[in-house]
Every structure is written in C-alpha cells, then in structure tokens.
Write a protein that binds this ligand. Structure first.
Ligand SMILES: C[S@@+](CC[C@H](N)C(=O)[O-])C[C@H]1O[C@@H](n2cnc3c(N)ncnc32)[C@H](O)[C@@H]1O
Length: 301
C-alpha cells in the first residue's frame, strides 16, 4: 500500500517549492512505496539519495528569464545535455531499464538482442538508449529538443534518433501493424501536454507494442492539468497524474501492470549548472512496469 502520509508530505513540499519558494521539510530519502504485482520479477528499489553533503558552489544559473513561459522544446533546449549530469545514477531508472533488459533476455525471440524499442523523450540518450542498444537491441530515441538529440547522436552512436513529438509519432505509426517489442517513457510526458494527452499517448503507444511486449513508464506524479510551474528556474505549463491515476492510465491502455512504485529524488541541477540551488526540489517519481497481454488464439480458429 502507498504510505499516503509520506506521499502527501512530498506533494505538499513540491507545491510549496513551486509556488512559495520558501524552506520546506524534506521528505525522508527512503520514502519508497513499491507494489510488486503477482508474476512480476522486479525488486523494490531504494529511493535515490539527495545532494552531496558538501555541494560545490553553484555556477551562474543558465536559466532563461524566469518570467518567460517556455514551450517544452525551449525548456529542454535551454537545459541541454547538463540534464544528464543532474540525474546521473538515478537508481530507480537504472532498475527499470534492467528489468526491461531481463524481460527481453528471457524471451527466446529477443534473447540474443534485436528487439525493436522506442524511447520516448530520449533526452541525451543516456542511460536508456545507451543501455538497451549496448544489449544488442534496435533502439530509436525520439525527442522534441534539438539540443538533446544533438547530444544523443554523439553519445549513443549505436542507436537511431528522430526529432518528433510523440503525438505526431503515434499519428504516423498507428496504421501499421504493432511492431515494437518495448517502449520506454522516462519523465517525458509532463511539459507541454494535457492530462488527456498523457492518457491518449499511453494508449497510442500501447497500440504500437506487439502482444507480449513491454512498456516502462515513469513520471512525476503530481495531479495537475496545464498548470504553470517553475521547473529548474524555467516557467512552463505542465500536466501529470496522481500515482493511482498514472497506474490506472497504463491499465486503461490495455496493459498489465507488473510493478509500480513511488520514490523520491533530488536532482543535482544546481551542481550541473542548470539553475540556482533554491530552484531545485526533491521530486516524487512514479515507475510503472507493464506488459501487453498475449491474446490466446480462439479454439475454433
Ligand atoms: C525530463 S527529460 C527526460 C529525458 C530522458 N527520458 C531521461 O530519463 O533521461 C524529458 C525529455 O522528453 C522530451 N519531450 C518532452 N515532451 C515531448 C514530446 N511531446 N515528445 C517527445 N519528446 C518530448 C524533452 O525534450 C526531454 O528531452
């Protein structure tokens, strides 16, 4: 069961930082809620650590003028590849990617590599595209940020990358037979989308996954619809779902949830030069691992 007291404290702290910029009580770093599902092989991960005790002085913030409302692409173009430094070693993401690698290894069709995988909002390509491509799979990262894709092409030469919004990607691909062995979505359905978009994108992606294939979805599970916030010093409109709504959206897309967990993480964004220390907060993270059911062939056919 989710510990609602801890989760509520995290959510309140998050909103407090967004709108009031005052000091907030930090939730415990071990705020973890993990719900392995029957048949799932995932192990609960510990929540990631907060900043080092003696953080180096933050460089001048690279954030644009904080009052300007940015598009999602502008936000991530301005953050750029330093995003990777702020999230390096996120253990829950590493565990999610490893879970997927193990599932693909256990399937004779993909055990030797060659699974067709799309990483939605791939950022710099690391860690997701990099780990999956190094495991021998055919990986395409899609993203709306030129700056992120430029880094990804250099950092992960053994994957393919495309500049495209996930909504346009689904629109383009949806007439084709489902051909993907897996789709990953790590923190990319938040900026510049509505709550309806999130549900539609999850359902559209599920339609592109082969029966028996996988979806790994993570987000910052704060229920908000097109709300203006400041993220790492940048003004942007965001949407997201609560943990329960996020899990329900994956199920409503026709997928079987194998595991879900809520954890917390404080990005090292000031140390990475993305923004000032008081513009960073500890984030709640939702991770959902899911599989598309294999429909049994009818006895009469
Ligand atoms: C928070 S970053 C996460 C990057 C990467 N998934 C990771 O975990 O390191 C979100 C990424 O999603 C991309 N993105 C945001 N909205 C998108 C959309 N509608 N379609 C495709 N990519 C999107 C952003 O440009 C950014 O690179």
């Amino acid at each position: 069961m989710i510990d609602f007291r801890h989760l509520l404290a995290t959510v309140l702290a998050f909103f407090n930082r967004l709108f009031h910029r005052g000091p907030t009580p930090a939730p415990a770093a071990d705020d973890v809620e993990a719900r392995p599902k029957s048949g799932g092989t995932a192990t609960p991960e510990t929540a990631s650590a907060s900043s080092p005790a003696t953080a180096p002085a933050a460089p001048e913030s690279a954030a644009p003028e904080p009052t300007t409302m940015l598009t999602a692409a502008e936000v991530f173009d301005s953050v750029g590849p330093a995003y990777e430094d702020a999230f390096t070693g996120l253990p829950t993401q590493a565990a999610a990617i490893d879970w997927l690698v193990q599932q693909l290894k256990a399937d004779p069709a993909t055990a030797q590599g060659g699974a067709k995988i799309v990483d939605v909002g791939c950022g710099t390509g690391r860690p997701t595209c990099s780990v999956l491509a190094d495991a021998g799979h055919s990986v395409t990262g899609i993203d709306i940020s030129e700056a992120m894709l430029a880094a990804a092409r250099t950092r992960v030469p053994n994957a393919q990358f495309e500049l495209i919004d996930v909504r346009a990607f689904i629109e383009r691909e949806k007439g084709q037979p489902a051909s993907l062995d897996a789709v990953t979505v790590f923190f990319s359905l938040i900026a510049g989308v509505t709550q309806d978009d999130i549900r539609l994108v999850l359902s559209g992606l599920a339609g592109l996954i082969k029966p028996g294939g996988y979806l790994v979805f993570s987000t910052v599970p704060i229920p908000i619809n097109n709300g203006p916030i400041k993220w790492m010093g940048r003004s942007v409109e965001v949407s997201s779902l609560s943990p329960e709504e996020g899990v329900a959206a994956v199920k409503a897309a026709g997928l079987e949830v194998k595991y879900d967990a809520v954890t917390t993480f404080k990005p090292r964004a000031a140390e990475a030069g993305i923004c000032q220390p008081d513009e960073v907060w500890e984030e709640p993270h939702l991770f959902v691992y899911a599989q598309k059911p294999v429909v049994a062939a009818s006895a009469s056919s």
